[in-house]
Design a protein around this ligand. Structure first.
Ligand SMILES: [Zn+2]
Length: 277
């Protein structure tokens, strides 16, 4: 499943051809949406916003198209009207003078007045997106300490889209490792310093993975490994997918376990388990 950084990069590729462009023609595959083709035609695309796995395409006519790919949806960007050969159902097409952005197979698509978009049931439920530029580490710290999340194990919180949208399995392992906290710990048992570090690490790792195309290592460290001939797959993470290999910080063997039915990787030395009372 794609996580926030991958989703944002996919959105960037679509935004590259749509942003500030006039939608010459807009087509919907689902019958109830066809009535929106007309009011959207001729309006300009302002931006594409990601909220977890939801994509919001904002138009200057005051409309926003909400789409969620779920498991099957797939976007394609092509030269105008050069539609690929496929058996997939075309559900949304936004044509500019030069390009066509096409959404196939997705069925979770709706059109909203932009001022009402926050009332979408999915958006109401999820937390802020981890790559939202307005999200600061203090906001993350506050959410960690809030009633909804403070008493739950971090391994569960760090997959929960109501905490922060866009979190996922590799980010969970990488963030908790770099913050030096054990996945079974709860925010309410952490010190102020640990909360601050965890909150800052959450944003840093997510932003770095976005900027470095899925790499969570600092750029210099990653580049040094690449120069030694280490592949992208083996050089990109601190712990995720590195079972039995030495911790990049202390050399201890990385452990793979399961939490919330998903694999998680930890260093038993860098991330001390909570003390049982
Ligand atoms: Zn370690």
């Amino acid at each position: 499943m794609p996580e926030g950084p991958e989703i944002r990069r996919a959105a960037d590729r679509i935004e590259l051809v749509l942003k500030d462009q006039i939608a010459d023609k807009v087509q919907f595959g689902l019958a109830p949406l066809k009535k929106y083709a007309k009011p959207l035609t001729g309006s300009k695309v302002l931006k594409l916003e990601t909220r977890g796995k939801a994509l919001l395409t904002h138009f200057d006519s005051g409309y926003t198209i909400y789409s969620h790919n779920q498991l099957y949806g797939v976007w394609r960007v092509v030269k105008r009207d050069k539609l690929p050969k496929t058996n997939r159902q075309l559900r949304l097409a936004i044509h500019t003078q030069e390009h066509s952005a096409l959404l196939y197979s997705a069925s979770d698509i709706s059109v909203w007045r932009t001022e009402n978009i926050e009332e979408h049931p999915f958006l109401k439920r999820i937390g802020p997106d981890i790559l939202n530029p307005h999200l600061g580490w203090r906001d993350v710290a506050e959410r960690l300490q809030s009633k909804a999340f403070a008493g739950r194990a971090l391994n569960s919180v760090y997959l929960d889209q109501t905490f922060l949208a866009g979190l996922g399995n590799y980010l969970r392992s990488e963030i908790l490792f770099l913050a030096g906290v054990h996945p079974e710990q709860k925010a309410r048992d952490l010190t102020r310093g640990q909360i601050g570090k965890l909150a800052r690490t959450t944003l840093e790792v997510s932003q770095r993975s976005y900027a470095l195309e899925g790499v969570t290592l600092p750029e210099r460290q990653y580049t040094a490994l690449k120069k030694k001939g280490v592949t992208y797959g083996k050089a990109r993470f601190f712990v995720f997918g590195r079972a039995s290999q030495p911790c990049r910080i202390c050399g201890t063997k990385i452990k793979r376990t399961t939490a919330n039915s998903r694999r998680i990787y930890t260093c038993g030395n860098c991330q001390q388990a909570p003390r049982q009372n």
